[in-house]
Design a protein around this ligand. Structure first.
Ligand SMILES: N[C@@H](CCC(=O)N[C@@H](CS)C(=O)NCC(=O)O)C(=O)O
Length: 315
């Protein structure tokens, strides 16, 4: 992580924990919003007007949070409006690394993007990051915000074929997001990074309680709220699609696989078949990335399986 703008190697041992040995995720530090006219959004400063070619997204294909934003960009038809850099899947001693210096900032590591935005910053250099090429700073590094601004912040530049946060469903969307984030999206990490049995046990039951609930909710439905795809579907999907390949083994969330849940499995495949979505899912990156987390897998050996029906066949 960064401490006063300097990289301090070996981020994994300093993973934050609570008093019960539970995993604690860092809160995001840049919370500005792109808006159609450049006015301030719900948080942060004004000055980030939607313009084609102005913004750049830094992502990792292993990362579920970053994948939310990549999927949002695709579904809103913003591929030509917002450029993207993808980091290498393995996290090393310097955090996320670019295979080639990134075309926008010439950076070799993700932490350089953070120190360009704030030379004295402290914290983890996480993805996703939405970067402003004009003011040369980070607009926002919280995927939930970025997904929302992709939906409505780019005005005419974005496709209106899908509304990921429709007025009529907002209360239900917020409620289900609040339910699945701690139990499922972050629940798998809480299980994986738990350092006590009790913290693991709690996370494990939360994960499967949430999966059971989603399985029930999807009965007879295309998407979580019916026929309309919303941001909650994206937020659920990014965890489901990583589950059997990474979380079930590495994070020990192994009561059931997604393949054992008929509704969740067919929903996951329905989502992946939406135009452009399969290209955002790279199971090899996902496996190599998660299994490179040294504190959980010191040997670095990446399992060959599993076979995931409709999604992944081992080479
Ligand atoms: N709250 C952030 C979390 C992002 C996050 O934790 N990303 C992980 C990858 S999945 C990361 O970059 N971790 C690097 C680190 O913690 O040093 C969001 O949702 O955007």
């Amino acid at each position: 992580m960064l401490v006063n703008g300097k990289w301090s190697a070996n981020w994994q041992p300093v993973q934050a924990k609570d008093e019960k040995g539970g995993f604690v995720r860092q809160t995001s530090s840049f919370r500005n919003w792109v808006t159609p006219d450049g006015s301030a959004g719900p948080t942060g400063a004004a000055g980030f007007k939607a313009e084609a070619g102005r913004y750049h997204l830094y992502v990792a294909l292993i990362c579920p949070w970053a994948s939310r934003t990549l999927i949002g960009r695709t579904l809103k038809g913003l591929e030509e409006v917002i450029s993207v850099s993808i980091v290498e899947p393995e996290i090393g001693d310097q955090g996320w690394r670019f295979a080639q210096p990134d075309p926008v900032n010439g950076a070799s590591f993700m932490h350089e993007i953070y120190t360009k935005a704030d030379p004295t910053i402290s914290g983890r250099a996480t993805v996703p990051v939405l970067w402003d090429k004009n003011t040369r700073t980070i607009v926002n590094n919280e995927s939930a915000d970025i997904l929302r601004m992709l939906n409505s912040g780019f005005g005419e530049l974005a496709s209106d074929a899908v509304d990921l946060y429709p007025e009529t469903l907002r209360a239900e969307i917020d409620a289900l997001n609040d339910y699945i984030y701690p139990r499922l999206n972050n629940g798998v990490y809480r299980a994986g990074f738990a350092t006590t049995q009790i913290a693991y046990d709690e996370a494990f039951s939360d994960v499967f309680e949430a999966l059971d609930r989603l399985e029930d909710q999807l009965a007879g439905r295309l998407f979580l709220f019916g026929d309309e795809l919303t941001e909650t579907d994206i937020r659920a999907f990014v965890t489901l699609v990583r589950f059997d390949a990474a979380y079930h083994g590495l994070f020990k969330t192994n009561l059931r696989r997604i393949a054992d849940y008929p509704n969740l499995q067919s929903y996951m495949l329905r989502m992946i078949d939406l135009p452009g979505i399969r290209a955002t899912v790279n199971i090899d990156h996902i496996k190599r990335g998660y299994y490179s987390i040294k504190s959980l897998n010191p040997s670095g050996i990446v399992p060959k399986g599993p076979y995931i029906p409709g999604l992944y066949e081992p080479a």
